[in-house]
Design a protein around this ligand. Structure first.
Ligand code: G3I
Length: 341
């Protein structure tokens, strides 16, 4: 699939890249993927643990590994309400001071990856992640009783933090594609419409944005394929055109509220294969070539998936590889859709 990004999140979670040093993981990456996302180590708390002190060792190792193997990197993430360092969470300052720390974080990091000569490797960034609630209001606007309705960015800067973040990112790295990334956009119309209206607003006011990232943490056969198609289509139809990227795909086998599976039967594994096939095929049929940002799977082997701990410790099989590093039927499902490209 030439020019098509097939990505995977590298589960380098701690303050070290120990997991990409697992040779089995490297073999899988090099055989099947052409793009990496860092599952954790390019998030704010990892890159700026102390104000003004940036920690790049792990992310440089990851980016250099990608470069050495002709892979690109999708940067994740400049601005998020979560996984920010304690100093940033408790920062005291007025709106102008908050804008300064946000812009500085973006500028320093975007510039670092350019200055290191790795700009061709880090080809795109999630500039802002998860700024909207399910009802389409800004996170932090406190329109819900949800304890997750909090964001230091909205609360201290207001909605203006969004355009300011994208302008800072474009100024620091003019070549990278700038994405807005969020979960549930693949099925929640209120949330997707809010994001599209933000994009329209950006475009009418000269604020740069190049694409929308549909995280796509979903469960087997839910949402249905027609919903996925309709939601991708809405973004494809935005004018001027922007890119559509599936940024964090995983398909958990347990539906919320159902009886938990104790093991993965071959029938269920085949259902997952079919669902992966349907998603990839729908993406390819719906998103024209010039708008394809690609598809990234959120982890390599099942046992490394964040879903093993969400919403509580459980056993899950959401990814493309078994724990012994062999391919699941789901991998063939993905590949079969690509073959029809
Ligand atoms: O680094 C510490 C380690 O020192 C400590 O020993 C260990 C004990 O629990 O925790 C480690 O941090 C964990 C980190 O992953 C690295 O492993 C955090 O507790 C844990 O919360 C964190 O989870 C990550 C989660 O984001 C945080 O919100 C997941 O790995 C990661 O897959 C997940 O990714 C997010 C995307 O960034 C945004 N979209 C949703 C997606 C899934 O939640």
């Amino acid at each position: 699939a030439p020019n098509f990004n097939i990505g995977v999140a590298v589960p380098a979670g701690d303050f070290g890249n120990s997991i990409i040093d697992r040779p089995e993981i490297k073999t899988i990456i090099e055989q099947h993927f052409n793009q990496l996302s860092a599952e954790n180590i390019m998030k704010p708390t990892y890159l700026q643990p102390t104000q003004g002190e940036f920690f790049y060792d792990d992310s440089d190792e990851l980016v250099n590994y990608a470069k050495d193997n002709s892979l690109t990197v999708h940067g994740h993430v400049f601005v998020w309400h979560s996984q920010i360092a304690p100093w940033m969470q408790s920062f005291q300052g007025d709106k102008a001071a908050w804008i300064t720390i946000m812009e500085d974080h973006i500028t320093q990091i975007a510039t670092h990856f350019e200055e290191e000569g790795t700009n061709d490797t880090v080809v795109s960034w999630d500039v802002v992640n998860e700024a909207f609630m399910e009802n389409g209001k800004y996170r932090g606007e406190k329109t819900t009783s949800d304890s997750a309705d909090e964001s230091v960015w909205f609360e201290n800067i207001g909605a203006e933090f969004l355009p300011l973040a994208y302008k800072a990112a474009r100024a620091a790295d003019p070549d990278a594609d700038l994405y807005y990334n969020d979960y549930n956009l693949i099925w929640n119309a209120d949330k997707l419409d809010a994001v599209i209206s933000m994009v329209n607003d950006f475009q009418n006011n000269g604020v740069p944005i190049d694409g929308i990232g549909f995280q796509s943490h979903i469960s087997l056969n839910s949402p249905d394929i027609s919903t996925i198609q309709a939601h991708l289509q809405k973004v494809v139809d935005i004018r001027p055109k922007i890119k559509v990227k599936i940024t964090e795909l995983d398909v958990r086998m347990n539906n919320e509220g159902g009886i938990p599976l104790t093991y993965l039967t071959s029938e269920r594994a085949d259902e997952q294969k079919q669902y992966y096939y349907n998603i990839v095929k729908t993406y390819l049929e719906t998103v024209p070539e010039d708008q394809r940002g690609g598809i990234t799977i959120w982890g390599v082997i099942d046992e490394d998936s964040w879903l093993q701990n969400w919403p509580e410790p459980t056993t899950e099989w959401p990814l493309l590889f078994f724990n012994d590093y062999t391919a699941k039927p789901a991998l063939q499902g993905f590949a079969n859709a690509l073959k029809e490209l």
